[in-house]
Design a protein around this ligand. Structure first.
Ligand code: URA
Ligand code: CA
Length: 430
């Protein structure tokens, strides 16, 4: 095959075949197809798009470019959840124990945070001793024993995606729905779950800021997964304001534990119940969303969901005392509050701005190799639509130095708007 002809075909709006896409992806990984040709191809795809069949073929080639995790030694339907990334999004830490306590089999591989969005592995590492780097056999035996494990990727998952993403990042071709779908799904399919529930975020703090784009991405990913023989479901959820009230690694673990303790509810719990209900349906454990939510609520109120988290922390070497008293987790010592200058109603609690503020304080990474400060972050006190009095706190910031605190305050202060007119909270689940 001649690569310039394949690029030309896509440039002129043609459809690439499965064999052609496999040739291009394999060639990129082996080095036979140079970066400049892949870059031109990505730009052609950016402008011309790809149909579901092409995207599924590209995804498949990317999935098998590295190791494919074999979970067949785990009995039952292995169910996974993937979020396209948000701010204050602690769903995994609430959802995975709840679903496991309701009988689901959760063998989850998570990632680290990048940019303004957090990552589950970083959050878990704020628990002293917790190991995210289990071997494949440790991972499998833990899931067989307690129905739950959350670990980093074992092996070399989808190296084609790593290479392609790095190219897209420097060629202005990240924002292509088929390329995003192939990127996410290649990693998900390689990590072996039988059933996958997708949480596609929309709003200012999300990758897909517009609802219609989120919908297209969700539909395409469901189709790719279905074509690959997986049970799939997707929800589109709001990320115009942070999902939970905490942003930052240990602060989000604290919020997850308090949610599992039954002390806090709100948006985070609501999204977890909706996603978890779909996970139970795909696992064959519930017939309807209502039944799924009832099973999860029971796991929560009986304390079994919290026990499941305790079991997982202990199985992975962590100190589980935090599930009784989460505030023993590391929390940065400098604190400051942002207060409302005027009274009225909260018009805006911008997720992207708060994510950037937390990053400025050290909670996130701008490059993959950066370290994160697990103890810093923001706890938001108000949500869009809430009434506030003059001087009432809107958020509390935690930083490890006065300098970092000033940087956090400068940015976080811009996230809020208070005005006289009442506003309705944004739709949470579309
Ligand atoms: N997340 C991914 O994993 N890949 C993309 O291309 C975009 C978001
Ligand atoms: Ca995430």
């Amino acid at each position: 095959m001649r690569v310039p002809e394949l690029i030309m075909k896509k440039r002129d709006g043609g459809e690439l075949t499965e064999a052609e896409l496999k040739y291009l992806i394999d060639g990129m990984v082996s080095g036979e197809v140079p970066d400049y040709q892949m870059s031109a191809l990505c730009m052609a795809i950016y402008f011309r798009g790809m149909c579901a069949r092409e995207t599924a073929a590209m995804t498949q080639a990317m999935t098998v470019s590295g190791s494919v995790v074999n979970l067949s030694a785990i009995s039952g339907i292995k169910v996974d959840k993937h979020s396209t990334g948000g701010v204050g999004d602690t769903t995994t830490l609430v959802l995975a124990p709840m679903v496991a306590a309701a009988g689901g089999v959760v063998a989850k591989m998570s990632g680290r945070g990048l940019g303004h969005t957090g990552g589950t592995l970083d959050k878990l590492e704020s628990i002293p001793g917790f190991r995210v780097g289990l071997s494949e056999s440790e991972f499998i035996s833990q899931v067989n024993r307690i129905g739950l494990a959350v670990v980093g990727q074992t092996g070399d998952i989808a190296p084609a995606d790593k290479k392609l993403y790095a190219l897209r990042d420097v060629t202005a071709t990240v924002e292509s729905i088929p390329l995003i779908a192939a990127s996410i799904m290649s990693k998900k399919l390689a990590t072996g779950a039988d059933a996958i529930v997708l949480d596609v975020k929309t709003g200012s703090g999300a990758f897909m800021q517009k609802l219609e784009d989120a919908q297209k991405l969700a539909e395409l990913m469901v189709e790719i997964g279905t074509l690959a023989g997986r049970r799939m479901a997707a929800l589109i959820t709001d990320m115009s304001q942070p999902l939970g009230m905490a942003i930052g690694n240990s602060l989000e673990v604290i919020e997850a534990i308090e949610t599992l303790q039954g002390k806090v509810g709100g948006r985070l719990l609501e999204v977890c119940l909706e996603l978890g209900a779909r996970m139970l349906i795909l696992s064959g454990l519930a017939e309807s969303t209502e039944e799924g939510k009832a099973l999860l609520s029971d796991a929560l109120s009986s304390g079994r969901a919290l026990d499941k988290l305790t079991q997982m922390i202990e199985a992975q070497g962590g100190d589980s005392a935090c599930t009784r008293d989460p505030w023993i987790l590391p929390v940065a010592r400098c604190t400051a509050e942002i207060r409302a200058e005027q009274g009225g109603y909260v018009q805006r609690v911008d997720a992207l701005t708060l994510g950037r503020a937390a990053m400025a304080m050290g909670a996130g990474r701008s490059r993959k190799e950066d370290d994160v400060d697990l103890a810093c972050g923001i706890v938001v006190a108000k949500s869009i639509g809430d009434a506030v009095k003059p001087g009432e706190p809107l958020a509390k910031l935690y930083a490890s130095s006065e300098r970092l605190m000033r940087e956090g305050l400068d940015t976080a202060g811009q996230a809020f708007a208070v005005g006289a007119a009442p506003v309705a909270p944004p739709t949470l689940i579309y």
